[in-house]
Design a protein around this ligand. Structure first.
Ligand code: ZN
Ligand code: ZN
Length: 390
């Protein structure tokens, strides 16, 4: 590996690997990260940081102040695991059935801990660094919980930065893109009401199954006809429930699904179209339908100036050829977008390696790569030192 690791961080590599594997072996789900956040708080205190716990339930913030400069930045990691069984057999595999660090948040937490230890010991910057350890990223609303708990009022930041590992991106590489990078996500329920009848006497009822199929067909026109061709969006109906008998036309049907888009305006457009199409088609066919569309995550939008700044920082560690500034759009969502809605900043991807056949996140065979702990921690400390250079 040719990355330029901070020597003090390289010296702590074994310690970081031990922390990462311990957290991996004891995964906790969103808002239940009691053990993990206790480890984080204990380490931060040990290393001399100011520590605030209980922000957004199990969230932790460590603060390092140097000098009187009022400038401050936030560096954010996530701590939660996923509700799934791990299939790995190595020693640090999950000790808990039904829980697994399959997204690498164990590694994200550890990289930020590595940065905390270094920054607190060296204090080679002028201003304040808030190290934000977020709970419940995996669909349980941890970023929003911290924001609503006053994160940025209690810890004002002029910029906020996040990082996620990416399998199949080589070790020693980073990727990012300016502007929208990850899709916003939402989910919907459509409750359709018809009129139950004998299966042989459809004329006496209103068939909610027929209404459901027409709604599903019409929803296909939203992305193809309403969303602009150069914009991107997905609507997938993933559940369809109705009826219990061969010879009964049911009274009700339910459709459920997910939506994704890269712009807030597109999310709003899709929400409006799902509502209008559902109620309009149901009415035309004699029934009624109520669509409940919830936006779960806004799109993740990187600030263009921040992207340039952090890409320059990452280049000092891995070199120009290993910093992809026009990385791919990702249709998956990430709740760091809630923080980026409040404070400008950017979200970078760090290569987790594994090659083309590498194991993706959310797979039962996934593991965070300990070889990148020192690269990620070095990136964090260079970023803090460069942003708050004295
Ligand atoms: Zn995930
Ligand atoms: Zn993740």
């Amino acid at each position: 590996m040719s990355a330029k690791i901070e020597p003090k961080i390289a010296a702590a590599a074994d310690e970081l690997t031990a922390i990462r594997r311990d957290i991996h072996a004891h995964p906790e789900l969103g808002f239940e990260e009691e053990r993990t956040s206790a480890i984080v708080a204990k380490k931060l205190k040990e290393w001399g940081l100011e520590v605030t716990t209980g922000i957004g339930k199990t969230g932790v913030v460590g603060t390092i102040r140097v000098g009187n400069n009022p400038r401050a930045i936030g560096l954010r990691a996530d701590m939660d695991a996923l509700p799934m069984d791990e299939h790995n057999t190595f020693d640090h595999r999950s000790q808990h059935a039904g829980r697994m660090h399959a997204c690498g948040h164990d590694g994200h937490t550890t990289m930020l801990l590595g940065a905390a230890k270094y920054l607190s010991a060296t204090r080679n910057f002028d201003g304040t660094v808030h190290l934000i350890f977020q709970p419940a990223e995996e669909g349980r609303g941890g970023a929003l919980a911290m924001v609503e708990d006053g994160l940025f009022e209690k810890f004002p930041c002029e910029q906020i930065f996040g990082m996620h590992n990416r399998p199949k991106l080589d070790v020693g590489k980073f990727a990012i893109r300016p502007g929208p990078q990850m899709a916003g996500g939402g989910l919907f329920d459509i409750h359709i009401t018809g009129k139950g009848a004998h299966g042989a006497r459809p004329e006496s009822g209103i068939d909610p199954v027929i209404i459901a199929t027409q709604i599903i067909s019409a929803l296909q026109s939203v992305v193809s006809r309403n969303v602009a061709p150069l914009d991107s969006a997905v609507i997938s109906v993933t559940q369809m429930h109705a009826g219990d008998a061969y010879n009964v036309i049911p009274q009700e049907a339910v459709l459920r699904g997910t939506l994704r888009a890269f712009r807030k305006e597109t999310m709003a457009l899709i929400k409006e179209r799902i509502e209008t199409i559902s109620s309009g088609i149901a009415k035309t066919l004699g029934g009624s339908a109520k669509a409940d569309v919830k936006v779960a995550f806004p799109p993740l939008v990187n600030d263009r100036d921040s992207v340039k700044f952090i890409a320059d920082v990452a280049e000092t560690i891995v070199g120009k050829d290993n910093m992809n500034r026009e990385g791919p759009f990702v249709m998956a969502s990430e709740d760091f977008s809630y923080m980026l809605e409040k404070v400008p900043g950017a979200f970078i991807n760090i290569g987790n390696g594994g090659g083309e056949g590498g194991c993706e996140v959310h797979n039962p065979g996934y593991d965070f790569n300990d070889d990148i702990l020192a690269i990620g921690a070095s990136y964090w400390v260079r970023l803090a030192e460069a942003w708050l250079a004295d």
